[in-house]
Design a protein. Structure first.
Length: 387
């Protein structure tokens, strides 16, 4: 018993010591935390005091944007374009009606020829020889005819005196008639020879220029064989295919674009038939110009048409793509706040588009730099340059 009591007395002071040490550590920790909180509070108050004592910074300036008032247009013009080509009024391939050896061709590609100008000749030696033969035959027959006429005259006198029969007189008359017929036949042959000689030369049917020379001279030519091609000089014409919904009244006058230059053109004719390949009608125009246009050059007829629907012309750069493929514009309201307007694009033309939509009154369109601002932002509107 005595030993157990002594052990209890020994353990009791150890527990008390440990409890006292834990209490002291806790107190010290709380004191440190309190001191730290006090220091933080004191520093925060000092910073607040200093901040309140410093002057407030100036507000940031508003974003300047160029704007223009919205003015609706009653509609817009569209230009329809139809493609064709420049061609001469007349073109021809020159050839001989007769066969023979080509003796000479005196024009070359690119040469200018006048109406009726001699351009080529066939060899006429055989025709010349035949003409000489016919002329000799004609001379001989005319000599025989003179003798026959003298015979008729003598037979008539003898018959009147009763020294010759009527049969002899009739025979002399028949011989004279035969010679006259043979002379007429020779004269017809000479006329044929003259025509053939004339057709052995080719003359330009109209004033123009030589576009192609197919022979060089010395060849044997068949009838109808093309020698040279000639196109008529002067104002060219345009051959344009136009849709069936256009009438001659729509095409009376038109603007044509040839090689980037615009000319005025007048309708010559609108053919009544439809081209089976293109399903269009052919319109022929005369170009009012003296410029040296190249035949075969591409030409475009430009026709203007007005679409009457209210809308607004805006630069392409002002459009922004919205939800579900819609297009929007940014505008500034009366409070200088950016707003979004949903629009419908009706027509585009180079760097601008024609749009329709609901446009509130007193709203101004942002014309430049819409990507720099956002909806709901307050901005500083400035008049657009040139407005």
């Amino acid at each position: 018993m005595t030993a157990a009591k002594d052990m209890t007395q020994i353990r009791t002071p150890g527990l008390l010591q440990r409890f006292a040490r834990a209490t002291i550590r806790t107190a010290v920790t709380l004191i440190v935390i309190a001191a730290a909180l006090f220091a933080v509070k004191t520093g925060s108050d000092e910073l607040t005091r200093r901040a309140d004592a410093a002057p407030a910074p100036a507000p940031a300036p508003l974003m300047p944007v160029e704007t223009t008032p919205i003015t609706l247009a009653p509609g817009y013009d569209i230009t329809r374009s139809f493609v064709g080509q420049v061609e001469p009024r007349r073109t021809t391939s020159i050839s001989f009606e007769l066969s023979g050896r080509l003796n000479d061709i005196i024009v070359d590609e690119g040469d200018t020829v006048a109406a009726g100008q001699h351009v080529a000749t066939l060899d006429t030696q055989l025709l010349d020889a035949d003409r000489a033969r016919l002329q000799a035959s004609q001379t001989a027959l005319e000599a025989q005819l003179r003798f026959a006429e003298q015979t008729v005259e003598r037979q008539s006198q003898l018959s009147d005196q009763g020294f010759a029969s009527q049969a002899a007189r009739d025979e002399a008359l028949s011989r004279a008639d035969e010679l006259r017929a043979r002379i007429a036949e020779v004269e017809a042959a000479l006329l044929t020879n003259s025509i053939q000689t004339e057709k052995s030369q080719i003359h330009a049917p109209f004033a123009g220029r030589v576009t192609e020379r197919r022979v060089d001279g010395g060849e044997s030519i068949a009838p109808g064989q093309a020698l040279i091609d000639i196109v008529e000089d002067g104002r060219p014409q345009l051959r344009i295919g136009v849709p069936l919904d256009l009438s001659a009244d729509d095409l009376t006058t038109a603007t044509v674009d040839i090689g980037g230059t615009e000319y005025q053109a007048e309708l010559l004719t609108l053919r009544p038939d439809v081209d089976p390949a293109t399903r269009t009608r052919t319109a022929l125009f005369e170009v009012a110009t003296d410029d040296n246009l190249a035949f075969g050059q591409t030409a475009r007829v430009l026709l203007s048409d007005t679409i009457e629907t209210p809308g607004l012309w805006v630069p392409v750069t002002t459009l922004k793509e919205g939800l579900r493929g819609q297009w929007t514009l940014l505008a500034v309201d009366t409070d200088d706040t950016v707003r979004s307007l949903t629009v419908q694009v009706l027509h585009s033309q180079r760097d601008r588009v024609f749009v329709a939509g609901a446009f509130p009154q007193d709203i101004r369109l942002i014309t430049t730099g819409p990507q720099r601002v956002t909806v709901g932002q307050t901005v500083d509107p400035q008049p657009a340059t040139g407005s």
